[in-house]
Design a protein around this ligand. Sequence first.
Ligand code: GLC
Length: 544
Amino acid sequence: MRATDSAPWWRSAVIYQIYIRSFADGNGDGVGDIAGIRSRLPYLRDLGVDAVWITPWYPSPMVDAGYDVADYTGIEPAFGTIADAEAFIAEAHDHGLRVILDIVPNHSSDRHAWFEAALAAGPGSPERDRYVFRPGKGEHGELPPNDWRAAFGGGAWTRVPDGEWYLHLFAEAQPDLNWENTEVRRDFEKILAFWFDRGVDGFRIDVAHGLIKQEGLPDAGESVDVLEPTKREDHPHWDRDGVHEIFREWRRVADRYEGDRAFVAEAWVSGPARLARYVRPGELQTAFNFDFLRAPWDAARLREVIDRSLDALGAVGAPATWVLSNHDVVRHVTRYGRPHTEGHGPRADTSEPLDLALGVRRARAAALLMLALPGGAYVYQGEELGLAEVEDIPEESLQDPVWERSGHTSRGRDGCRVPLPWSGDAPPYGFSPDGVTTWLPQPASWTGLTAEAEAADPDSMLALYRAALRVRREHPALGEGTLRWHETPEGVLLFSRTPGFACAVNLSGAPYPLPAHHEVLLASGPLEGGALPHDTAVWLAVDD
Ligand code: GLC
């Protein structure tokens, strides 16, 4: 986002994802918290991002690291208090940072008062209608109501003592809410208003594509991972048309407030055309572009994703967003260091050989590509330090429910959620006070990757992100707008943006002689004379 922009901030913002449990620990219990975030606001300001998205900070039994919410208008005691949250929002604003919260509407925790009341009230009650309860199949109702699978492994139904079954598309402790129920809808509108009243600038909508289930709950006939969207457009519980009516209502709530409050949808759908439906006029403003994250490190595939995204989103007047990593996928330094660079999910093949130096080199180039594209972008905490996936967390330390629910066949997502290294040369690296054990163990190899070490190194990933975000803020061609592709040899991406900017990325094996330019604004690695080496990107000042 540029200071001179008159367009709403969310059309071009760079949003930093704070995974609260692993950002910074202010109270010394080994888990990140609001006090920790407040202490690091100057770091975020200096990094040059426009906004932060905080993963769920609500009271939670933490079966799914906070995505199992027990009270949508409270704060988890381990993270702080409502007063801490309010102070944080005000301070973030003072630093020029907007605040986006994570809202989890598809399911609550099984410890939410709504679910406890539903269990107590019994079959046929209005309390039970807030969730998706059904009688079972089979002679005695001993079989689940249909064949749906939970995204974390196992079946999607659990039976309660009175014989009914409830639906959970994720863990058993995350019962799905019934979005056909008007009270559920009204309650969530109140929850949005509760936080908008406290000054938050928007919401990231968890599993936005899951809220509506097909009437009659027919068998799905297939098992799909939430991060590997179905190719079907008539799936019984993913990306159903009915979700859009809900988001039109949410948009009306946001529009009651001043200051361009905005939403971003987490919707794993079958491609840009389906994604564009979430950001039509009168619906949500933005949605994560997971096609970019999923694309392999391949020039033609990336260009295709970029074009299809810009076309489909542009057709409905919405800006694109670009994202490389988040708390659910293998960190992109690691993805790009393996032969199959598209292996993003928790089930990525870790047996493939890993070339971390190559991964880092490509991640640097990918950052310049992402930040030069038209629209907004997301930075997942730690990617600005070049952190790799931690793939050797001891089994007894794993926390992700995927580990248990997969019968110990998938280690899950903990490897991208390890607490950040801030300073010093041994764990906890300034994340917690010395001597404290962090909730996931940090690797011994992170000494050179602390924010402190990288701030002192002009060649670090942190220095690259800071420089790129500074240029992005100042350069009139960057942020929202359009791009124009130029002809290149195979494996090279070259596009220009007006006024006077070009970005080249070399994904081929051979050096690429750069086109005529005035000045190199920024490069992801050393240039070889007038040529761009492999797996390197450059920003150039050019004539239009
Ligand atoms: C989303 C979140 C993920 C969570 C799941 C269930 O995909 O990003 O972390 O486990 O929803 O809420």
